[in-house]
Structures are given as structure tokens and as C-alpha cells.
Ligand binder design. Structure first.
Ligand code: URA
Length: 210
């Protein structure tokens, strides 16, 4: 597994406002969307392209287009939904799959309650999105499912990560073609499995249920 922390002043600026507890839901959603777009720019650095011959108004030329098979973007419901638009804005040809996963707040274990994506992901580049890499249980389970279906290149885009989650990912996904792209790796997890300092419950802050 490869970890990439995106070091950019705009990323740091948006993340600081996301962390601020005074930021309301509408602003939180807009900033999360903007931050995802910046992270997606880095996360797609190795997206596959193919040669494209076109004509400009002046002359023929050769460029590139996103290649087939199309990349797949998989938001993990619920909070990953708030990151979908930012991803597909940069990957307009992407197909979208869904994984519904929920974390048991006592055991902190992840279980899947809904899956909607192609059975066969052989040869596909997959971008899985979830705002918080906390204990790592949800992302590890999601990525194992993608690899079981044949995905040969998986990038997880998360707004924030905890060192504990990164460590679990490194251990459970050692030797797999997985990259994690994040805006920051925070200090630690608290006893409730929240990232410290973090930004609170990303789903609640996005959807106004806090
Ligand atoms: N999920 C969240 O939304 N926030 C955390 O801090 C940890 C998990």
C-alpha cells in the first residue's frame, strides 16, 4: 500500500474550515466537494489514457483521452456520497458503483448492507471514496471486496486519516496495488473511534444530523 498526503496550501485551508465546528452543513458540503476535487487531481495522476487523434480549428494533432475500460468510482455510503461529485467532475467517463457499509459503534467493526457494482472488475482502475480513514475496518473490507472482484489498481481517496487506520491498511493490504490519498494524517483515534483532532462525524456534518 502506498500513502500520499497532499501537501498544498489550498488543501490545508479548506481542511481547516472543515475541521472548525462553527462551519455549517451547507458550507461543509461545498468545502468537502472542493477538497475532493483537489485530492482527485493528485489521485488520478496515473489514470490510464489512450492516444486520441483530433483536429483543432488550425491543424490535426494527437492527444490523449481517458481509456477503456472506464474507471470505476465507488463511494462508501453514507458519507462517501458527499465526495462523489468531486470525483466524477474530474473523471467524467467514470462508471459509479456503490457500497453501503456501517460501523458498529461498540465493536467498531464494519459490515456491508448494500452492494451495487459490476461483478467483474478485472483490469479496472477503481477509486473508492470515504471521508474518514479511522480504524480502517470499513476501507479494508471495501478494498478486499474490490480486489476479490478483480480490480487491479485501487485508490482510496479520504479527507482525513488516523495513524491507526493507516497502519491497519498497511498490514491488511500489504502487497496489494492500493494507494491512499489524503489531505492529512492526524494525531490519533480516541476511545470512541473518532479521529483527533479530526472534524467530528463527517456524515452528520454533511447531512445536518449533528
Ligand atoms: N468517522 C467519522 O465520521 N469521523 C471520525 O472521526 C471517525 C470516523
Amino acid at each position: 500500500m502506498r500513502l500520499q498526503v497532499v501537501d498544498h496550501p489550498l488543501v490545508a485551508h479548506k481542511l481547516t474550515t472543515l475541521r472548525d465546528k462553527r462551519t455549517d452543513s451547507a458550507t461543509f458540503r461545498r468545502l468537502a466537494d472542493e477538497l475532493v476535487t483537489l485530492l482527485a487531481y493528485e489521485a488520478t495522476r496515473d489514470v490510464r489514457t489512450e492516444q486520441a487523434d483530433i483536429e483543432t480549428p488550425v491543424a490535426p494533432t494527437t492527444g490523449v483521452k481517458l481509456s477503456h475500460p472506464r474507471p470505476l468510482v465507488v463511494p462508501i455510503l453514507r458519507a462517501g456520497l458527499g465526495m462523489l461529485d468531486g470525483m466524477v467532475r474530474l473523471l467524467p467517463t467514470a462508471e459509479v458503483g456503490f457500497l453501503g457499509m456501517v460501523r458498529n459503534e461498540e465493536t467498531l467493526e464494519a459490515s456491508t448492507y448494500a452492494t451495487r457494482m459490476p461483478e467483474d472488475l478485472s483490469g479496472r482502475q477503481v477509486y473508492v471514496v470515504d471521508p474518514m480513514l479511522a480504524t480502517g475496518g470499513t476501507l479494508v473490507a471495501a478494498i478486499q471486496e474490490l480486489i476479490k472482484r478483480g480490480a487491479d489498481d485501487v485508490t482510496a481517496v479520504v479527507l482525513l486519516a488516523a495513524p491507526e487506520g493507516v497502519e491497519i491498511m498497511e498490514r491488511e493490504l500489504a502487497g496489494t496495488p492500493v494507494t491512499v490519498v489524503t489531505a492529512a494524517v492526524d494525531e490519533r483515534l480516541n476511545e470512541h473511534g473518532y479521529i483527533v483532532p479530526g472534524l467530528g462525524d463527517a456524515g452528520d456534518r454533511m447531512y445536518g444530523s449533528a
